[in-house]
Design a protein around this ligand. Structure first.
Ligand code: HEC
Ligand code: HEC
Ligand code: HEC
Ligand code: HEC
Ligand code: HEC
Ligand code: HEC
Ligand code: HEC
Length: 401
């Protein structure tokens, strides 16, 4: 029998798939990041409560493979259209399980781009990537929660849809747990090359706690041992080390000398970033987006207490946002009522002040860098982010002094 070309191609493809399945990871045990990492789901075996509550957090959902389940936003007319000036629209459409942004002029489709990757848990916004020729590009239309609608992506031109903004690996370094990158140097330019839809989505346990294969193996073999082994003990880290572990992603965009993925608890942030670039000097000039570390570090609370770090107020395994009572309780660990350390404001009774320290001393302020243009608007709407410069503010009117 004579084999036709497509049969041969088919056989080769099947062979390649089988080989990659066999030589890849050990089923169920290993992790694509290498054998120092335990399988991401293995933590659930012994830390079920932490694991389950963590799964609902913004960190866990900070990126995803695009699907109807992970992409927020409307795909049905008339809410699935973003109008640009003139005749150009971008229309969000669903075809089976696949989602697309389709550029149309006068209703006629011109070009069609798939949703491949989602960035953002959807607390405030989601932005989307499509993959082409080993590269990721940001799609022009994002989902903007405050407007409950589609919006032109931040920093994109207002007049027409832009489909050629390249997304570098650094975005994944803050929003995911792994993306396989091949770096290609062409001339002086370094381009990141990716395989389509291949990533460990979300920020997982081992991004903050470090590779944990030895920890899992040890505790599986020694179930009676109740003291953690082969894992960084958070309570033995210094204040700076604890802060650096969060500041890796919460001190804004900075040129990196090592990939953020390699950071482990105990490492120093200054070994990862280019130290010659100073952080902006004045806290009031810092954008509220992304700069939590610098803003906090400029606050009196931080400067005049020996211990304050992100965990003083945040439990990273639990979703606590919007619970102003919970956070105010944490302020009152240091600013106890009926003491000279308590609020000096005389305009309201103590019991009322105790309900919500946050909106007065850490108001949500508009970001200058993250703004979104929604349908029919002339100027973009800023995203509002909770400032970490703890101070005395006149609510909604910016700073008092
Ligand atoms: C076979 C059981 C087992 C598995 C699986 C396991 N752990 Fe643990 N882990 C323990 C025990 C026991 C302790 C010590 C008691 C405690 O703190 O809960 C511990 C403690 C910890 C601690 C606390 C360290 C400290 O500050 O004291 C962290 C962090 C941790 N594990 C992370 C992980 C991560 C991440 C995974 C998944 C990759 C994981 N563990 C999987 C058994 C396990
Ligand atoms: C690997 C990068 C990374 C690290 C490390 C990291 N974060 Fe985040 N964090 C993010 C990203 C990205 C978001 C935005 C998630 C989203 O909504 O899509 C976020 C969001 C948050 C939020 C808002 C969550 C909410 O529900 O409103 C808090 C609070 C936070 N981080 C605190 C921390 C603290 C505390 C640490 C250190 C213990 C930390 N982060 C470490 C990347 C990181
Ligand atoms: C954003 C960073 C971050 C992520 C992601 C994260 N943790 Fe933690 N974890 C911390 C910090 C910080 C502490 C120390 C908390 C403290 O001292 O108040 C901690 C403490 C712990 C502890 C010991 C204390 C406790 O609360 O039980 C365990 C166990 C633990 N983490 C397991 C996990 C597991 C399992 C996951 C994934 C499901 C995970 N962590 C994800 C930052 C993180
Ligand atoms: C240095 C770390 C870092 C890098 C790099 C980074 N982000 Fe973020 N991103 C964050 C943090 C932290 C937040 C949430 C806190 C904030 O807004 O201040 C966030 C928030 C977001 C959100 C809003 C999520 C929500 O639901 O509120 C989107 C969307 C997003 N980032 C997309 C991107 C894209 C696209 C890139 C690459 C062009 C990128 N980010 C690069 C750290 C980073
Ligand atoms: C770890 C202890 C600690 C925690 C927690 C804490 N603070 Fe403070 N705070 C201090 C110290 C110390 C000072 C400086 C001495 C003072 O003014 O009382 C301070 C100062 C302040 C100031 C004066 C700022 C200025 O520039 O004049 C305000 C306002 C304030 N804190 C509000 C808060 C709020 C709101 C919270 C909760 C979101 C909080 N603090 C949490 C310790 C803390
Ligand atoms: C003194 C208490 C306190 C400390 C310390 C603190 N935060 Fe927060 N943080 C808050 C409060 C309160 C909110 C508002 C929660 C809400 O709006 O529901 C918040 C919100 C956030 C958000 C979400 C902002 C937004 O509007 O999207 C991020 C991200 C965050 N914190 C990161 C950090 C990081 C990283 C650190 C350490 C550098 C830190 N925080 C230290 C009190 C604190
Ligand atoms: C309605 C808004 C409001 C609320 C709620 C509020 N504060 Fe204040 N706070 C102020 C104002 C305004 C001042 C400045 C008062 C003055 O100097 O006359 C102030 C002053 C302070 C100071 C002293 C600042 C200094 O200059 O030394 C601290 C500390 C403080 N507040 C902490 C808190 C804490 C903790 C809570 C929650 C328990 C809280 N505040 C709730 C508005 C508020």
């Amino acid at each position: 029998m004579k084999l036709r070309p497509y049969v041969i191609v088919g056989c080769i493809a099947l062979f390649v798939i089988l080989i990659s399945r066999c030589t890849g990871r050990k089923e169920g045990t290993a992790d694509p990041r290498g054998n120092t990492f335990a399988a991401a789901t293995s933590c659930a075996d012994c830390h079920k409560a932490v694991y389950d509550s963590y799964a609902t957090t913004a960190h866990a959902k900070s990126s995803a493979i695009a699907s109807a389940a992970t992409v927020k936003g409307y795909f049905d007319a008339p809410d699935n259209v973003f109008h640009f000036a003139g005749q150009t629209d971008v229309v969000m459409e669903k075809e089976g399980d696949d989602l697309f942004q389709i550029m149309k002029t006068g209703g006629t489709p011109q070009a069609k781009y798939p949703f491949d990757i989602v960035f953002g848990s959807g607390r405030k916004a989601q932005t989307f990537l499509y993959w082409k020729n080993d590269q990721y590009f940001q799609l022009p239309i994002s989902w903007f929660v405050p407007a409950n609608g589609w919006a032109n992506s931040p920093g994109f031109p207002a007049g027409h849809p832009k489909f050629d903004r390249i997304v570098p690996a650094t975005c994944f370094g803050c929003h995911s747990s792994m993306v396989s990158v091949k770096e290609e140097v062409s001339g002086l330019k370094i381009t990141d090359k990716f395989a389509r839809r291949e990533m460990i989505a979300g920020i997982d346990c081992q991004r903050c706690h470090g590779p944990a294969a030895d920890h899992v193996d040890f505790h599986k073999a020694n179930p009676a041992e109740k003291t953690a082994r082969f894992i960084a003990r958070m309570d033995t880290l210094s204040r700076i080390q604890r802060l650096d572990a969060c500041a890796l992603c919460h001190s804004g965009l900075k040129p990196m000398v090592r990939p953020a993925f390699e950071f482990k608890p105990g490492n120093r942030l200054e070994d990862f970033i280019i130290a010659t670039v100073p952080f902006p000097q004045k806290p009031s000039q810092l954008d509220v987006h992304g700069n939590q570390m610098q803003l906090l570090a400029a606050s009196k609370c931080f400067l005049q207490s020996q211990t304050m770090n992100c965990s003083t107020c945040h439990n990273p395994h639990v979703t606590e946002r919007t619970s102003m009572q919970t956070f105010s309780q944490r302020c009152m660990n240091c600013h106890q009522p009926e003491t000279p350390q308590f609020c000096k404001h005389t305009g309201q009774p103590s019991a009322i002040l105790q309900q919500n320290c946050i909106d007065c001393h850490m108001p949500s302020l508009p970001s200058g860098s993250i703004t979104m243009l929604t349908n029919g608007q002339q100027s973009p709407t800023p995203d509002s982010v909770r400032t970490h410069l703890i101070d005395v503010y006149e609510v909604m009117k910016g700073k008092l002094h």
